[in-house]
Design a protein around this ligand. Structure first.
Ligand code: PLZ
Length: 453
């Protein structure tokens, strides 16, 4: 079956796309509707879509759909296209590599790109100790490997993750992930020897970082014991769980306890990584030096690549051949990563993420001053969120969903998150313009007004 194409599919993506919100049909338009019907007949329904629109081009701060609507992108494909879609540094590196060779398997005949990415990650992750890196395909696969490595190094098996944590959808990472729906329900049994400790959640628990850390450490000592614990895995700012920034001092106290007790401290920086929070890695905000850092998403400008980087003695513990995979560190993905790293540097995207934080705080604070349903504003850099509450301060998932739907219909790609589904998160590409970002947040304000209490 072929589809009639009236859509602007000739459009080149990337930063030269017109940077505007422009709706030429209702959302979804007829072309997207036809494609959604085709999808329903071909794609497993468990793979659902947030918006019923098909993308044909993207770049800067917009995504263009099959009907020619130009949407403001406040999601970056879940924090992936930090450098912007089809960034020229990434595009050029990929084209050059794809012409040269597409795959050999690094563990059969290696190539430079993999080693260059490893060197770069060893340099840019926190700490000046000796480091090693291994590359994989997805965030979940890298998390799995970080746990494998920590278990092999320590000879212990228990692992602790945190309330509201998200680490993936594979069997071990489902066990690490806190939220049942939609990630875990019906998919068990889950991997054993995984435990959960209480998180620091300042808006909800009112604890200082030190108090919250003491509570978490008490749980770990009483329920598991450091002598059985191989690793602690934690997101420095929780992503899917609700953009929860722990109280200052929480992460350093956990790291100190882990270091003192022979427990590998793993930072899952899959969502927070690569300039997203105004630092290359969010661990830097609190000066922590994780033993292992897990990275993915923003690493390669949209191509599938992930990494574990960490202390050489830990990373080198598994025997030769103990780590690998057919595609891990694929040459096109590593070329894209080297292009993306250039983009972070040459476009000064760390500074840009901090500027975007200023704009978002500005707009959301103004909104909060006239709307008490904006319960909390939190995050760092271009990873900001607002927690939506009802008149009693309780999570209001219903309103959050209606606001997001309104935004989608008005041509703004907005994502929600949170264990209670009541958090609106903003993850714009760092290539978005000030004007588009302000306009997008303006639409969120309109959506709240249209859903008056
Ligand atoms: N760790 C902190 O945020 C992926 C999930 C999208 P993968 N988050 C987006 C969805 O609905 O599946 C994520 C993350 C953190 C690990 C992962 C997993 O990364 O590349 O999706 O496997």
């Amino acid at each position: 079956m072929s589809m009639t194409v009236t859509a602007p599919e000739h459009l080149a993506g990337g930063p030269s796309l017109p940077q505007q919100r422009r709706l030429v049909t209702a959302i979804p338009g007829p072309e997207s509707q036809a494609r959604m019907a085709r999808k329903a007949a071909a794609v497993a329904s468990g793979v659902s879509t947030m918006m019923p629109v098909f993308a044909v081009a993207a770049g800067g701060g917009v995504v263009v759909d099959a009907d020619g609507n130009s949407l403001i992108d406040l999601g970056s494909g879940i924090a992936v296209t930090n450098v912007g879609n089809a960034d020229p540094f990434v595009t050029e590196a990929v084209i050059e590599q794809v012409r040269r060779f597409t795959h050999t398997c690094f563990t059969i005949t290696p190539y430079d790109g993999y080693v260059e990415v490893a060197e770069a990650l060893n340099r840019l992750t926190p700490g000046d100790h000796e480091k090693r890196t291994a590359l994989f395909n997805s965030g979940a696969e890298a998390v799995e490997n970080a746990i494998k490595i920590a278990r092999h190094y320590t000879g212990k098996s228990a692992v602790v993750a945190f309330d509201h944590g998200y680490h993936g959808r594979t069997n071990l990472t489902m066990a690490l992930t806190a939220k049942a729906m939609p990630y875990k329900a019906g998919f068990g049994p889950f991997a054993p020897d995984v435990y959960r400790a209480p998180m620091s959640y300042p808006f909800r628990d009112g604890l200082s970082g030190a108090e919250a850390a003491e509570r978490a450490i008490h749980t770990m000592e009483r329920q598991i014991g450091a002598d059985r614990l191989a690793a602690i895995i934690i997101e420095p700012i929780q992503g899917e769980g609700g953009f929860i920034v722990p109280a200052p001092g929480f992460l350093p106290a956990l790291q100190e306890w882990a270091n003192a007790n022979g427990v590998v401290f793993i930072a899952d920086e899959v969502q927070t990584g690569f300039a997203r929070t105004g630092q290359m890695l969010a661990s830097e905000h609190e000066g922590i030096v994780p033993d292992l850092v897990v990275m993915a998403k923003g690493i390669a400008g949209g191509l599938p690549l992930s990494a574990v980087t960490g202390r050489a003695e830990i990373m080198d513990a598994p025997h030769a051949g103990g780590l690998g995979g057919t595609y891990g560190g694929n040459p096109i993905a590593t070329a894209a990563a080297l292009g993306a790293l250039r983009a972070y540097d040459e476009h000064d995207l760390l500074a840009r993420a901090r500027e975007l934080e200023g704009i978002i705080r500005d707009e959301l604070t103004a909104l909060q001053s006239r709307d008490a349903r904006i319960g909390d504003i939190r995050g760092r850099g271009a990873m900001m969120a607002t927690e939506i509450v009802d008149a009693d301060g309780r999570p209001d998932a219903g309103l959050t969903g209606r606001v997001a739907k309104h935004c989608h219909a008005q041509g703004v790609i907005v994502l929600t998150c949170g264990t209670d589904g009541n958090v609106i998160r903003l993850l714009p590409p760092l290539s978005i313009s000030d004007a588009l970002l302000r306009e997008g947040i303006g639409v969120i304000a309109e959506a709240l007004a249209a859903n008056a209490a």
